[in-house]
Design a protein around this ligand. Structure first.
Ligand code: ZN
Ligand code: ZN
Ligand code: FE
Length: 755
């Protein structure tokens, strides 16, 4: 008896070699019919002997190509039509637009072999069905060459033959090309193309001699220089106008990384994963290769990645061990994606541009991650992860959540899939806001989403709120969004105890919040406890200058006689002190980020931030080894809310620190211990409040979110204490715990209110 099965496969199934895989499977089972990409994913019809077709279907359900991520395989049986042979059919674009797009894929090991010895030897655009650009070059779905930047490169005879050969691993590889027919590299000086037989080697030569070159990568340009060259990295820092914010480096191979940094097995796995993010690794005390101090000054960690395109491999193989590879942009603006943009904006940094003619359709930065509590924590979600959706509960309408102001991402929700955009960044600048708008349009087109509901933050000044969508508007409280984001990532749908610790966000009562303990589900959120309100002398200025927060905390802990703050002029302290007294431009804030700032300044570690979160990061890095013990603090009940009062802790810290400065060798160890004890204390605050919340609500699940949990020491300590007290603890992994995760939280909260 004959049978014909219709199979729809959904998920990341386009641009990952699915059709060739199905084709070969059909041949091996002797099944006839066809496979095609459509707007939903991959559609297969297979006909033949009943037993064979059933086996074919069973295998399709159990197996898939390595880079595919299957969401569902649905099967129905239809009338056999007597077809002969099995074909890969032209894609159909008629059906509903629900096909997913693969993220950009790191060069696979087979293609690396081809780079060494094949007709694609030394060819910088070698790809196959398992690797190569995807999201960054696609205009719309289905993922076929004609809808990508590869459209303009007509396949040569040899490539066409490989594309059509079922036995070839480039069978139906949409990005296939070769030195004859594919993209080409050109080295520019200013707007002039340099005449050279080997532009890549010429660029490497410039880098080796200490120069800076803008290199076009996958999702944008990098500014590149030799990371072992002190002078070159200093120049890069000066030219970029970036005082201390660390640069990421790219190392030739894992052996090189191990000479520079400590790498544990989890970190190794993350570094070598197909997503290939920048991983924060601890610098070695005695490195085998010296990286210039200017790469990450005063920082115990280095952001390290491995080459992820053939172009990067070819650059690194020419005798470079490690290069600085930092996004080519003006600070706070999006990464440059065309040579013209680099020429226009960055000519003051470098005239040399290693360009190629495969266009970048969607700009996307490198992702950044670190290992916390044995699992990846994504700090910046972009290349390799985007645009893979997170499963959420289906909502009645399509939703756009516009996210926060800094580290912005947006989220679009359709049919139970939440598409979180790549890291857009600080959308205060006009260029970044344009990027934000253009990326929303791109996502709407790619996934056929027409939002009729828009969710935003409550902060009246957030630029994202200016994005216009016709439809219902929802305002979502910032910390509720943090907790909902953590819940959604962990698939929770119930009331939880939420701990949101960050810099600041607009509270439900229009005061500034930032150290919040909530009892929340998607529909509602109740503030249960917070850190005592403090003056924020100078508003935004206080976030940039942590010493101001130190004055605020010291005044509170020592009423009447303000202790000296080492390294800050007494007159400046007096001015800030009187600002606080007169309540002059000093709003009240409950912020864990600002408490970290204050302690960092009191310890003399950091008085001024040259980048966001610097004082807190350096306070964490001051810990040389963990210690036990903690400082004292009080918890008071005011107006039905618990308030954490840190005065005793501040007094104890000041006593411990007096006379000891981290700059002095003698002070270093003391400061390490004080910082560790401070971190322990914050973890104790979390534990104590969670216990009170459990007593009153009988809830036992705790969600940790907010930028403060990027701090590995704090996160691991808090998780440990909570687990010892038998709480079930949920944290972020693939969705950022910082404001990059806010849009997902806004989206799921808006979705819940629609039901
Ligand atoms: Zn490959
Ligand atoms: Zn070719
Ligand atoms: Fe936040």
């Amino acid at each position: 008896m004959k049978k014909r099965a219709e199979i729809i496969i959904k998920g990341i199934v386009q641009g990952v070699g699915y059709r060739p895989f199905v084709y070969n499977l059909a041949l091996s089972f002797g099944v006839s019919g066809f496979v095609r990409n459509n707007n939903e994913g991959v559609r297969v019809e297979g006909e033949g002997e009943a037993g064979r077709v059933e086996k074919f279907v069973r295998t399709l359900k159990a197996k898939y190509p390595p880079m595919a991520k299957v969401e569902s395989v649905s099967v129905s049986y239809i009338r056999p039509s007597g077809t002969k042979g099995f074909y890969i059919k032209e894609s159909s674009t008629k059906e509903n637009k629900t096909a997913l797009v693969s993220s950009d894929l790191t060069t696979c090991s087979w293609c690396l072999k081809d780079l060494k010895d094949s007709r694609r030897k030394d060819y910088a655009f070698t790809t196959c069905t398992d690797c190569g650009p995807r999201f960054s070059i696609v205009f719309c779905t289905p993922f076929d060459r004609e809808r990508t930047s590869m459209k303009k490169f007509k396949m040569c005879k040899k490539c066409s033959a490989e594309y059509a050969d079922p036995k070839d691993r480039r069978f139906h590889a949409e990005t296939i090309s070769c030195p004859v027919c594919g993209p080409k590299i050109t080295l520019y000086k200013g707007s002039e193309a340099i005449k050279t037989a080997d532009p890549l080697a010429a660029a490497v030569e410039l880098i080796k001699r200490g120069g800076i070159v803008a290199v076009k990568g996958l999702g944008g340009f990098h500014l590149v220089c030799d990371a072992t060259n002190e002078r070159a990295t200093r120049e890069m820092r000066d030219a970029k106008g970036r005082e201390k914010k660390p640069f990421a480096i790219m190392c030739r191979d894992i052996g090189t990384v191990k000479k520079i940094c400590e790498v544990n097995p989890e970190e190794l796995k993350l570094l070598c994963s197909p997503e290939n993010p920048i991983v924060l690794l601890k610098k070695k005390n005695k490195p085998g290769i010296r990286i210039a101090e200017e790469v990450a000054p005063k920082n115990k960690y280095l952001g390290v990645m491995l080459p992820y395109t053939p172009l990067h491999h070819l650059i690194m193989e020419q005798g470079l061990k490690a290069i600085v590879a930092t996004s080519a942009n003006i600070s706070e603006e999006p990464i440059c994606s065309t040579r013209q943009e680099v020429q226009r904006k960055l000519s003051g940094i470098t005239k040399h541009i290693l360009d190629h003619d495969r266009d970048i359709h969607s700009r996307i930065d490198d992702s950044v991650a670190r290992i916390v509590e044995g699992k990846p924590l994504i700090l910046r979600r972009a290349r390799g992860y985007v645009p893979l959706p997170i499963q959420v509960r289906p909502s009645k309408q399509d939703i756009l959540a516009v996210g926060a102001e800094l580290k912005n991402t947006f989220t679009l929700v359709k049919d139970g899939r939440a598409f979180i955009s790549q890291h857009i960044g600080d959308i205060k600048t006009a260029a970044a806001f344009d990027h934000f708008k253009a990326t929303i349009t791109q996502f709407e087109r790619l996934f056929g989403i027409k939002p009729t509901v828009i969710a935003s933050d409550m902060h009246p000044l957030y630029r994202s709120r200016r994005y216009e969508v016709k439809g219902m508007r929802y305002e979502v409280q910032h910390h509720h969004a943090h907790i909902a984001s953590c819940m959604a990532e962990n698939g929770l749908n119930e009331k939880v105890i939420g701990v949101a610790l960050d810099g600041m966000g607009m509270g439900g009562d229009k005061t500034l919040w930032g150290a919040e303990f909530l009892v929340a589900d998607y529909k509602s959120s109740r503030r249960f406890a917070h850190l005592k309100y403090m003056s924020l002398p100078g508003g935004d200025k206080a976030s940039e200058e942590p010493w101001r927060m130190a004055v605020s905390y010291l005044k509170d802990a020592f009423p009447g006689k303000l202790p000296r703050l080492h390294g800050i002029d007494q007159r400046d302290i007096a001015i800030v002190s009187s600002m606080i007294d007169k309540k002059l431009n000093s709003p009240m804030i409950s912020s864990m980020g600002r408490l970290f700032d204050a302690v960092s300044a009191i310890l003399g570690i950091c008085h001024k931030n040259t980048y966001e979160g610097e004082a807190a990061a350096e306070l964490e890095y001051a810990i040389d080894k963990p210690v036990g013990g903690s400082y004292a603090f009080d918890i008071a009940k005011e107006d039905d809310l618990y308030v954490i009062r840190p005065e005793k802790m501040i007094r104890q810290i000041l006593k411990a620190v007096s006379g000891k400065r981290p700059a002095l060798p003698a002070g270093r160890e003391a400061v390490s211990g004080i910082s560790a004890k401070f971190h322990n204390t914050v973890a104790m605050m979390v534990l104590d409040i969670c216990k009170k919340a459990r007593n009153e609500t009988k809830l036992n699940k705790v969600c940790l979110s907010g930028g403060c949990f990027q701090n590995k020491y704090l996160a691991e300590k808090a998780i440990k204490l909570l687990k010892e007290a038998k709480f079930k603890v949920y944290t972020h992994s693939l969705v950022p715990t910082n404001d990059g995760g806010i849009s997902l939280g806004q989206a799921v909260i808006a979705a819940a209110s629609l039901v």
